[in-house]
Design a binder for this molecule. Structure first.
Ligand SMILES: C[S@@+](CC[C@H](N)C(=O)[O-])C[C@H]1O[C@@H](n2cnc3c(N)ncnc32)[C@H](O)[C@@H]1O
Length: 303
């Protein structure tokens, strides 16, 4: 059986000095979503400019400041997309799960189309956009006046809002198509079944979340279901490849890499999540031969 290696690095993925250029085959990740309230604090901690803009907004509530906060959050994420581009091999794939945000700020409700901003940044960096997946989630309630539910209204046009019940799984490639030697045995050994190919390469995925079974800390990371990571790893890498997750959260991508005989590297900035990650990996009932190393960076690397 293929022995795989897994590194968990507690540190900021805006710089990944532990990873050489052109050495990663696939990135699968879900970043903090800009303009979703639960991530405001983390963006401010990571970039003092964002913290200062929030302060300015309190004293001088201007629409322009909100636009600056939104831009700065995406610039912050783009540092990670740039580093990912550096470490991916030619033909390597990047899969980014991201949801748009709706929010009322300064008494004004609007959608913040995060997926569009990520596409713009990644294309500027040099990635090629590929057809993406819409992950249809079962849980979200319809919106009325930004309040999160119709609350008995919404029958009279025109002031109700469409519910955001899909998230995006954006897919990018670095450079040209990846090449393999003829009859590469690991590639053939990684083949999908016909059912998997037909179902997974269609654009809409109705995958249910794992949130009901997750503990409180894992829920705070907004973990994606293991099924999402499993599918992406099987679709866009072969056994023995290395998969990167620069926003590891509870460790779902590492667990999926272990189960699918891929090596992995995961970065997580919050050291409090380490016990959650370890617990998730301990539940690895596939009994794979794995070597998991945890590295704690002492310094904080800023872009
Ligand atoms: C949406 S969660 C990822 C959830 C993950 N997919 C899972 O299944 O558990 C985003 C994670 O990225 C981490 N994070 C945010 N900024 C980071 C950075 N610059 N470097 C490393 N980790 C970061 C957050 O602490 C959070 O745990």
């Amino acid at each position: 059986m293929l022995q795989t290696q897994h590194k968990i690095i507690i540190g900021n993925s805006q710089k990944m000095p532990e990873i050489p250029d052109c050495s990663i085959h696939l990135m699968v990740t879900s970043p903090p979503y800009p303009m979703i309230q639960m991530w405001d604090h983390q963006f401010s901690e990571s970039d003092p400019k964002i913290a200062m803009l929030w302060k300015n907004l309190e004293t001088n509530p201007q629409q322009e400041t909100i636009a600056q906060i939104y831009n700065a959050m995406h610039e912050n994420l783009a540092e990670v997309w740039k580093e990912t581009y550096r470490v991916l091999i030619e033909g390597g794939i990047a899969c980014i799960n991201i949801g748009d945000a709706t929010r009322t700020m300064n008494s004004s409700f609007r959608v913040y189309p995060n997926h569009a901003r990520v596409i713009e940044h990644c294309e500027c960096i040099g990635f090629t956009s590929l057809p993406y997946i819409l992950w249809k989630k079962p849980t979200t309630k319809p919106m009325y006046k930004g309040k999160g539910a119709f609350l008995g209204s919404g029958f009279l046009p025109p002031n109700a809002y469409v519910t955001l019940d899909c998230e995006y799984i954006l897919i990018f490639r670095k450079g040209k198509l990846r090449h393999f030697p003829p009859k590469d045995h690991l590639r053939y050994d990684s083949a999908l079944t016909k059912k998997q190919r037909d179902e997974w390469f269609s654009q809409i995925w109705a995958v249910t979340g794992s949130r009901q079974t997750a503990d409180a800390l894992e829920r705070r990371t907004a973990a994606y279901p293991e099924e999402i990571a499993n599918r992406l790893i099987k679709m866009f890498s072969v056994k023995g490849d290395t998969v990167l997750d620069p926003f590891l959260g509870s460790g779902t991508t590492t667990k999926a890499a272990i189960q699918n005989c891929r090596n992995s590297i995961g970065y997580e900035i919050d050291p409090n999540l380490l016990p959650t990650i370890k617990k998730k990996l301990d539940k690895n009932d596939a009994k794979m031969v794995v070597d998991v190393k945890t590295i704690k960076r002492t310094e904080i690397v800023r872009g």
